[in-house]
Design a protein around this ligand. Sequence first.
Ligand SMILES: [Zn+2]
Ligand SMILES: [Zn+2]
Length: 212
Amino acid sequence: MVYDGERTLVLQCPACQGVQFHVFYVFEISHRPHPLQCKCGFTHGQIRRSSKRYLVDAFSLAGERVRLTYSAREFLRATLVPLIEPTFGDIVGYLGKNEEVAEAVAYSDALSEAGSLPSELEQFENPDVMFAILSHLQQLAGMSKVACQCDHPSVGIDIYSDKVELVCSYCGSAMLIGASTEADLQRVLSLSEIVMEPSSYASLGERLRPIF
Ligand SMILES: [Zn+2]
Ligand SMILES: [Zn+2]
C-alpha cells in the first residue's frame, strides 16, 4: 500500500471549542516541538519525536494538558487512531490519513462521543530498520541533503512495509530504497546526501553495487 508521508491530526480546541485539522509531513516531525495552532490563535498542541516514540501534547475536554505517546509504527502508518485522554477516556482528536480522520470527525459529533474505532496497523517487515532509515532520511532532509536536479524539485516519500521510495512530484523521478535488512540500513547510513537525476528511476542497492 502506498503511503505518501502525509498525516492528518485533528484536535479539539479548549479555547474556541472548535475542531482544527492539522496536515503535516512525517519529515517535519523531529525532536523539536512542532506546534499545532488553532485558527482561533491558540496553540492547542504540539508534536515531537523522542527516540523511538512520538509525543502528542494536547488538551482534555476539561482544558487540562495531556501527553499521548505513540509508537513510530502507529504514528507513521496507522489509518486512524483516536487520541484518547487517559483520565476520562474521552476522545480529544484523531490521527491518521486525511480521509479517514475527516470521516471519523464527521461521525463522532464534534469528538464528544467516545467510541472504539478500528485502528489498522500495518506492519513493517523490520520496524527497527524502517525507523532508523526514516530517521536518517529525515535528518538528511532537514539539512536539505535530499534533492532532485530538475527545475522544480519537490521530493516526497512513499513508505511501504519493506522499502521506501523517494519521489519527485515535479519530474517523476524516483529512488527505491530497501528498508528491511541490516544491509539496507548500513547502505542508507553511509549516505550523507541524496541527489536524484531528473526523470530517472534508480534503486539505491543497484547504484552502489560495484560495476565489473
Ligand atoms: Zn481554537
Ligand atoms: Zn525532480
